[in-house]
Each structure stands twice: as C-alpha cells, then as structure tokens.
Design a protein around this ligand. Structure first.
Ligand SMILES: Nc1nc2c(c(=O)[nH]1)N[C@H]1C(S)=C(S)[C@@H](COP(=O)(O)O)O[C@H]1N2
Ligand SMILES: [Mo]
Length: 428
C-alpha cells in the first residue's frame, strides 16, 4: 500500500463528498456567476467615464482593454446603483461556492508527477492563473468594500488588470471543462460511489478510468452531497441577507450586520443617509466654507465668474430625486436634491448656444483620491444634474458637502464631488 500520510497521495484525501458530480455542479454555478461578475465589473468600470483621463482614469495604459468604453448614460437614474449592487452582492454570494469548488479539487493541487506531458504542464500553469486570479479578485474586492479603500488609489488598476488575467484563464478553463461537467451532472449519481446510473447507460459508457477526485479509501459520509451543496447555498444566502441591506435606507439597512463601513453612522433626519468621508477626514475647515470665505470659481469659454452661496441661491433652483451609489456596493434610496443646474452654470461662462461641454470639478479638499472628478457633456446637459445646495429640504450638512456638491443621475458616487470649489467647462 502507498503511504497515505502525504497530501501527494490520493489516499490522503478521504472525504466521500469529493467527486466529479460535486465539482461539476459547483463549476457550473461559477460559470454563470463569474461571467455575470465580469460583465457587471466591466460595466462598472465604464461608468467612471475613464476616458476622461487623467482625472477619472485610475488605470494608466489600459490601452486595448478600454476598447468598449462609451459615454455613460444618465438614464435610468438607478443604473449604477443596480449594476454595482449586483456586482458586489454576487461577489459575496459566490465566496462559499468558490471555496467549496477549490476544496473539492484540492487533491489535484498536490498530484504527482507535477507534469505528465507538456499539455498537462500547460494545464497546471493555467490553473495557477485561474486559482491565483480568483483569490486575488475576490480578496481585493472584499477588502475594498469592507475597509474603505485600503489600497489608496491603486485598487482600480489592481482589480481591473486582475479581472482580465483571471477571466482569460477562466474562459480557457470553461472551454475545456464545461462539456464534461454537463455530461457529469446528467449521467452521474450524486451519492458516493458515483457509478453511472446503470451499467447499461449508453451515455455513461465512455467513462472508464476512476476519477482522480474520488477518494480511494473514503471515510463514512456524515452528510450527503446534496446536503453539502445545501450548506454552501445556505452560506451564500446568509451572506446575501446580512449585506444586501446596505442598498436601502431605514430599518432594512440595519440588517446589513456583516457590512461594516469606515464612515460614521448616517443618523436620522433629512441628511441622515450614508456618508462616505466626513468633512473632518477630508480636512475641510469650517473657516473655508463660511459665507464670507467660500466662492465657487466657474471657468469657461468667456472667462471666469466667482459666486458666493448667496449668489448661487439667486439663480434658478431645480430639484431632482437621485440616489447615491458607491463602488463599495452601498447605496441610498432617492434623495431630494435642490440646487443649480450644471448646464445653467455652463451657460454663465458662455456655453449655451452650442450646448454644455465636459467639466472638471475640483473640491476644497487638498488631499485624497476623490478631490476632483470629470463629467461628460451628456451628464452636464442632463436637467437633473445639479450643483446641490439642499438635500431633502435642508441645507447640506458639512459631511454631505456644504456649501455645494455635485449630484448626477446614474453616476457612480465618486463623481458626485463634495465641497466643490471650482468648475472648469471645456472639452476634456
Ligand atoms: N471631495 C470629495 N467628494 C467626494 C468624496 C470625497 O472623498 N471627497 N467621496 C465620493 C464618494 S466615493 C462617494 S460614494 C460620495 C458619497 O457621498 P455622501 O458621503 O454624501 O454619501 O461622495 C463622493 N464625493
Ligand atoms: Mo464611493
């Protein structure tokens, strides 16, 4: 008998759950789930209008990988909220599935000899990219939503390039394995032993060699394969119901016990919705936001105008009900914003007849990743895009961007610059 004490020996792995049926079911769930994650991830990236480089683009040299970018629309207003909510919720829900899938194939990781042929060697190298890529993408994503940008400024390129490397390896793996996985769930029984349904089952005939995933000396099962899948699904549901509440205001938000956030508790009242970064953290001093001190500097084709908050309040004010949706996967319900249309500000500096162009918005904030952001012409022209002065009938609080903040329909939260000090209109 061979030594069963080493992980390189098949006999070392004794769970009766392992086998092609179990691995195939998990693999097919991941095939659908990870494809949806990739697509929502790319859409999320497009929402930044990363072509407004170098301001919005956090991924220098994206080159061909930016091939699909388009001007992000402003309708429907919940577009980014939904896409990012799905991206983050799906990423969390797939964690137990991914872990179970990796667990189910772990004997293969240790299999000797390291390579039986060139093709086998290539396959194992591609698996390193696949497993490494998956762990990297899930880890960077989860750190970002839980710890509020622990990689200052570098999360975007890491998660973006990682996604392409991972997805390339994922596609290769899916092309190789999906046909067998589909055959396995059709022809194999889920229970241990994993013999074909009947010795006479025609479809099952071609499978001759014993599968390397099946333990040669399994221990007694303590749970059926279906039961094990149920546990994985249960863990996924638990993650969903303890995090998804971050996309709603009010009591539902309290259900998101597993989704701590760096920001303070939003509190109650008209300004009682989530705060990404407080004025104190952003280094905004009260002295710079007083009526005497603060001026909005608007620059465009015909020059520069400076407006106090009182002067802004003399301009036509408009309202729009819009959510704030952060890349971290939290969002608020619609809030009632009131302020000056961005396109009216553009008109003040000579951009009325030919229509408003792009705009670069800069904050009072001196340090940090989000002190400025660029908006596309289509966003500036939308009548619901505002330089907000009020929210839900009250003056903005310092933490929500007093004296004035940007709010744009369907845009990622990060483009809604707070504590605005300057706006420069012109093609970017
Ligand atoms: N100046 C400035 N504006 C900013 C930010 C910032 O850190 N500094 N954070 C942005 C991000 S990432 C989000 S999600 C929204 C959050 O707005 P809120 O704090 O009012 O909810 O503000 C955006 N505007
Ligand atoms: Mo954000």
């Amino acid at each position: 008998m061979r030594d069963h004490k080493l992980p390189t020996s098949p006999g070392f792995w004794r769970s009766p759950l392992r086998g092609p049926w179990f691995t195939s079911v998990l693999g097919l769930v991941l095939l659908l789930g990870i494809t949806a994650l990739f697509v929502t991830g790319l859409v999320s990236y497009a929402a930044y209008n990363p072509d407004l480089a170098p301001v919005n683009d956090k991924t220098p040299d994206k080159g061909l990988l930016g091939f699909y970018l388009f001007s992000w629309p402003t309708d429907p207003v919940w577009l980014y909220r939904l896409n990012q909510g799905v991206h983050v919720a799906l990423g969390l829900v797939l964690v137990p599935v991914l872990l179970a899938k990796l667990w189910s194939v772990i004997p293969k990781l240790f299999a000797l000899p390291p390579a039986r042929s060139i093709a086998h060697a290539l396959e194992r190298i591609s698996l390193l990219l696949l497993v490494g890529g998956a762990l990297f993408e899930f880890t960077t994503g989860i750190l970002n939503i839980q710890l509020d940008y622990i990689f200052p400024g570098s999360f975007y390129p890491l998660h973006f390039y990682g996604a392409w490397v991972f997805f390339a390896a994922f596609v290769a793996h899916a092309v190789l394995k999906t046909p067998a996985a589909l055959r396995n769930i059709r022809t194999l029984r889920e229970e241990p032993g994993e013999k074909p349904h009947e010795e006479t089952d025609e479809r099952a005939k071609p499978r001759e060699e014993p599968d390397e995933l099946v333990s040669p000396n399994p221990v007694e099962p303590t749970v059926s394969r279906r039961g094990a899948l149920g546990l994985v699904g249960g863990a996924s549901l638990l993650l969903f119901f303890t995090t998804a509440g971050r996309n709603f205001d009010g009591p539902l938000r309290e259900t998101a016990v597993l989704a701590p956030h760096g920001g303070p508790e939003p509190g109650t009242g008209p300004n009682g919705f989530q705060i990404n970064k407080t004025a104190a953290v952003a280094g905004i001093r009260t002295a710079e936001t007083t009526e005497e001190a603060w001026r909005l500097v608007v620059t465009g084709r015909t020059g520069t105008v400076r407006l106090s908050r009182a002067e802004l309040l003399q301009l036509p004010l408009h309202s729009a009900a819009l959510p704030i949706a952060c890349v971290e996967g939290w969002s608020t319900s619609d809030q009632w914003w009131r302020g000056v249309r961005l396109r009216d500000l553009a008109a003040l500096v000579g951009h009325d007849e030919e229509g408003a162009p792009d705009v670069l918005v800069e904050s009072l904030q001196r340090h940090g990743a989000f002190r400025r952001a660029a908006l596309r012409a289509n966003q500036v022209r939308d009548p619901r895009s505002l330089l907000a002065l009020y929210v839900n009938g009250e003056t903005l609080t310092p933490d929500h961007g007093y004296p004035a903040r940007i709010i744009v329909p369907a845009a990622p939260g990060v483009l809604n610059t707070k504590w605005v000090a300057g706006m420069t209109f012109g093609d970017l």
